[in-house]
Design a protein around this ligand. Structure first.
Ligand code: PBG
Length: 348
């Protein structure tokens, strides 16, 4: 190979027709492994299956409600009765993991996110019902104050500051209340310092050693969360999340976050968003032996759907390519709003 290129190179300086001859006798032709679909499948390095995916769902209080998220066409907020039907449909299609988020009405919100740990609250009651109805499904929940907070921030706000240590106590109670419902994985998503260790300790002290923690390890302060905040009506009332979520400019800092989460007892390390952050997914994959998750977020879903609606992109093709590339970049698990459509398309 080396000799060929050296010869080719030097000969090119001399005579073009000899180069032509050299090319005709190439003994290494990568295209041979692309010549048929059977061979292409044989040598394929990455495959995505429904077993890799977690489908985020938005839960409404009440009954018989199904409301589309305006900035996420095809994604609905469901009341429990209809969500149970949706989960059943997804399970039949091979999707068995769900991340359930509550849509909390404004009158339930307060400064301390009190409803997040109230076992009589519709969300916690619904989680119990979902787990009882589908014990074989894997149910994940988010631990952060924002959906329940009148400030719309992930931590307690005092004088415009987001408090770290005071917030941990709220997170511990929230995690415990969620674990009480029987859910499988807790996802601390607020980027407070020390929360994985704190939540692990609280859970273990109450006998919940088997509840997993999927830490939002490298969660960036991203504008790609916009449609999610529309879905939950959870945008910050003032300021932004830059004092706790990571700066999109930083890569090395993700290694610090990952080391801490690993030491504190995380079972999975998550990178979020996914598409513009594939270097971070690969970085964590190469440096840590825990499973790596990637959150293919709301804005990433919205932009592909919007372009497809305009007829500018082929929805199915870009969806399959996106998930494939997120997995190739190092993700073992992908949280994605494409989950159901992926199952539909790959089942054909
Ligand atoms: C809440 C939370 C957010 C997302 C997941 N959990 C929003 C945020 O941090 O503002 C974003 C998910 C998405 O955009 O799909 N802490």
């Amino acid at each position: 190979m080396k000799a060929f290129f050296e010869n080719g190179y030097f000969l090119s300086l001399l005579r073009r027709d000899i180069i032509q001859f050299k090319q005709n006798t190439m003994n290494i032709r990568p295209r041979r492994n692309r010549k048929s679909s059977v061979i292409r499948s044989m040598v394929e390095e990455t495959k995505v299956t429904t077993a890799d995916l977690i489908f985020p769902l938005f839960l409404l209080e009440g009954e018989k409600k199904q409301v589309e998220v305006a900035s996420m066409p095809g994604i609905y907020r469901y009341s429990l009765d209809l969500m149970l039907k949706e989960i059943e449909t997804c399970m039949d299609m091979g999707i068995s993991a769900f991340d359930v988020f509550p849509v909390v009405e404004e009158h339930h919100k307060d400064k301390m996110a009190t409803k997040s740990a109230d076992s009589a609250f519709f969300y916690l009651k619904a989680l119990k019902k979902i787990k009882n109805t589908f014990p074989e499904a894997c149910i994940m929940t988010d631990v952060a104050m924002d959906p329940y907070s009148e400030d719309g921030h992930d931590g307690i706000v005092r004088d415009g500051e987001i408090l770290n240590d005071e917030t941990l106590k709220v997170l511990g109670e929230m995690a415990l209340a969620q674990a009480d419902t029987g859910i499988d994985i807790i996802g601390p998503s607020d980027m407070m310092d020390g929360r994985v260790g704190y939540i692990r300790e609280v859970l273990d002290a109450q006998g919940y050693q088997d509840v997993s923690i999927m830490s939002y390890t490298a969660k960036y302060a991203s504008a790609f969360y916009g449609p999610f905040r529309d879905a939950l009506d959870s945008a910050p009332k003032s300021g932004d999340k830059k004092s706790y979520q990571m700066n999109p400019a930083n890569r090395r800092e993700a290694l610090i976050e990952a080391s801490l989460d690993m030491q504190e007892g995380a079972d999975f390390l998550m990178v979020k968003p996914a598409m513009a952050y594939m270097d971070i997914i690969r970085l964590l994959k190469d440096h840590f032996d825990l499973p790596i998750a990637a959150y293919n977020v709301s804005g990433e879903y919205a932009m592909l759907v919007a372009a497809a609606e305009k007829g500018w992109l082929d929805y199915n093709q870009v969806m399959l390519e996106t998930l494939l590339c997120i997995k190739r970049s190092g993700a073992d698990v992908i949280l994605t709003y494409f989950a159901k459509d992926f199952a539909k398309v790959t089942r054909l």
